[in-house]
Each structure stands twice: as structure tokens, then as C-alpha cells.
Write a protein that binds this ligand. Structure first.
Ligand SMILES: *Cc1c(COP(=O)(O)O)cnc(C)c1O
Length: 365
């Protein structure tokens, strides 16, 4: 059996008509930037997230970066980010001229460990960016309490967690703002790059929109030295076609994850731990294994696609040499990097495919 790490085919087949109709609609209108599709999707997505405002932008990195910029964080400031995340979280901080300050994750959940945040707070700390990694909510009560005590902004990185909840409330509605990515592989994915910032703060929403539109509040009038990062009409139309299915998609992913959790019993494998406070959406199903390279090879040789999230932790990335970290500085992030293996997880995975993955993981010796 051949099982890819991810495929969009089952969802795209189900939405074939809607996606083609979305293209037709935009093409017929011949209007491609800042139009009715953008407006319609933003409204629907804000409603879905339970936030007042949604600003469509070019991608997830910009969604985070523009939110930080709108909060007037910049040169000389520090922003707390997890040591285990996709590099975009840290780059959003770097791009506004601030410094990312890494905090180790809880190895059981892979998410930022709130008990380790306060020791990293300095006079320069302006914000904390919890990342709901792999589709599981962070411990938001603890994070919000720390932020309140130290007067810090909270910008949630929701790129992997569309629809995940913390104590019954959707992520993205806890902080001052949240950034979503609609990169094709995300739980809600466009047919290209796209992203959105959501917030309950009207002024902040306006500012993010202006910053992503050349710093312009109205045509040819520029208040800020802005960026060009807008959600285009085609992507907005595709996203509107996909949004109604997000709950079905997430439910399907949970179903697959529950089969993995119940079926995988190999003693060499550590399964992801789900705290009671979150209903995850399983963007990634990450298992851990001391003999990761051998497991990876065994699965790949058995026709199963895998991935690693993430093979090099940020503090050891070449681009962050300037921060001066060395191996051993973030042992938990390093442990995750060395042992994590992501197994197939996508909407429409057949039961036999899920069972095949379980069997192969269990057969690994
Ligand atoms: C995908 C991702 C991003 C960036 O999103 P893009 O749309 O690719 O720019 C940011 N943070 C995390 C955790 C991500 O997984």
C-alpha cells in the first residue's frame, strides 16, 4: 500500500464544483484585489473564529508580522516565542526589528511551557506569542494570566489550529490578535498562499489592514511605511468554498487521530498527549521515537510518507546565528527535533490506510 504524508485530493474532489465556480465567479467579475470575495470571506471567518474582525493578508507570516507591527512592537523590544515551532513565528518577530526570546515546550504536548515564561521576561518584553502547535491549544489561562500580570500583548499563532478549542472556546479569540495561515497544507488551505489576522479591536484591525496595503488608509494616502500583503479575490473565493467544510475536515482528522491513539501500541513509540482543556484539530500527528531515523526508513520503505516537524530547532538555524545559541541551550526543543516523526494525516484517509499505518508502526522493531 502507498500512503502519502498528505494529499488534498479527497477534499478537492468533494469540492470540485464549488472551487471551479469560485474561479468562474472571480474571473467573470474580472476584479482581483480588495473586493467582494475578500469582504465575504473575512466576515465569515471572523464569525467562525468568534472575533469581531478579520483582515485577509498574503500569508500566515504576514498575518503575525502585521499584528506585531500594528501593536507598535519593534526595534529593541523582545517577544517570547516557543523554542519548538515553525520558523515563521520567530521570523515575524525578526521582521519588525524585535528579538525573539525562546521558551521551551512541555515535551508531552509540544506546546510552550507556561511555567518557563516568567523567567524570560525582561523590561524589554512586549508580547508573548503562543503557537497552538500541531493543532492543539496552548494552556491559555496560564499564558493570559502571565501576560496580564506583566502587561504584555498576546498574539496567537493559529497557523496550525483552525477550529481548535481551549476549554470550549476557539483559539484565536484569547489574545490581542491572532494570525492564521491558509497555506495549502493547513487545515483550512487556499490554492496558494493566503493568511488572516483576527482581533476584537477595531483600531488594530484597521491598522493591520492599512499596514498590509502600503500603509494606506485611503487611496494614495499613506499613514505608515506599509507592506503589500493582501488576500486576493481568487484565494478568498476558494477559501469561502472550503470554510463550510472545516468542521467536517477537523472531525475527520480527530477520527484518524483517535484511531492512531487507540491502535498504536509499540513500546518504542511515544504518542502525543492531549490535555483535557483542548479539543485538537490534528494539523500534524507527531509521534516520538528514540530510533527516529530507523522508524522513518522502515515506514518509508513500507510505502508510508512521513515528515519531521521540525528537524532543526530555530536556535540552531543558520539564520539565527546572530542570537549566539549553541547545541544544548534548548534541550527540550532539541529532543523534539531529534525524535519527532509525523505520520500521515489528511482529510479523506481511508480506514484501511489508517490501519495500515498503525500496523506498520506496531511492526517496527
Ligand atoms: C505555516 C505556519 C506559519 C506561516 O504561515 P505561511 O502562510 O506559510 O506564511 C506560521 N506559523 C506556524 C506555526 C506555521 O505552521
Amino acid at each position: 500500500m502507498k500512503i502519502p504524508f498528505v494529499t488534498f485530493k479527497p477534499l478537492e474532489a468533494e469540492l470540485d464544483r464549488e472551487l471551479r465556480a469560485a474561479f468562474e465567479r472571480v474571473f467573470t467579475r474580472s476584479w482581483y484585489i480588495e473586493g467582494i470575495e475578500d469582504e465575504t470571506f473575512e466576515k465569515a471567518f471572523a464569525e467562525y473564529c468568534g472575533t469581531k474582525y478579520c483582515v485577509g493578508v498574503g500569508n500566515g507570516l504576514d498575518a503575525l508580522m502585521l499584528a506585531l507591527k500594528a501593536l507598535e512592537i519593534g526595534e529593541g523590544d523582545e517577544v517570547i516565542v516557543p523554542s519548538n515551532t515553525y520558523i515563521a513565528t520567530a521570523l515575524a518577530v525578526t521582521y519588525i526589528g524585535a528579538t525573539p526570546v525562546f521558551v521551551e515546550p512541555d515535551i508531552r504536548t509540544f506546546n510552550i511551557d507556561p511555567t518557563k515564561i516568567e523567567e524570560k521576561i525582561t523590561k524589554r518584553t512586549k508580547a508573548v506569542m503562543p503557537v497552538h502547535l500541531y493543532g492543539q491549544a496552548c494552556d491559555m489561562d496560564s499564558i493570559m494570566e502571565i501576560a496580564k500580570k506583566h502587561n504584555l500583548f498576546v498574539v496567537e499563532d493559529c497557523a496550525q489550529a483552525h477550529g481548535a478549542t481551549y476549554k470550549g472556546k476557539l483559539i484565536g479569540s484569547f489574545g490581542d490578535a491572532a494570525g492564521f495561515s491558509f497555506y495549502p497544507g493547513k487545515n483550512l488551505g487556499a490554492l496558494g498562499d493566503a493568511g488572516a489576522t483576527v482581533t476584537n479591536d477595531e483600531e488594530l484591525a484597521k491598522k493591520v489592514r492599512a499596514l498590509g496595503n502600503y500603509g494606506s488608509d485611503y487611496k494614495y494616502h499613506h499613514v505608515y511605511k506599509g507592506n503589500n500583503s493582501r488576500l486576493d479575490e481568487l484565494q478568498a473565493a476558494f477559501l469561502s468554498a472550503k470554510l463550510p467544510l472545516i468542521e467536517k475536515v477537523n472531525e475527520n482528522r480527530r477520527d484518524i487521530a483517535n484511531k492512531y491513539l487507540a491502535g498504536i501500541n509499540n513500546k518504542e513509540i511515544i504518542l502525543p498527549f492531549v490535555p483535557d482543556y483542548t479539543v485538537p484539530v490534528w494539523h500534524i500527528f507527531g509521534i516520538r521515537c528514540k530510533r527516529r531515523t530507523e522508524l522513518e526508513k522502515y515506514l518509508n520503505d513500507s510505502g508510508i510518507g512521513t515528515n519531521k516537524h521540525y528537524p532543526i530547532p530555530m536556535h540552531l538555524q543558520e539564520c539565527y546565528k546572530d542570537l549566539g545559541f549553541k547545541e544544548g541551550d534548548f534541550p527540550i526543543a532539541e529532543e523534539v527535533s531529534a525524535t519527532e516523526l509525523s505520520i500521515p494525516m489528511y482529510y479523506g484517509m481511508a480506514d484501511e490506510e489508517v490501519q495500515y499505518v498503525i500496523d506498520k508502526v506496531n511492526e517496527f522493531k
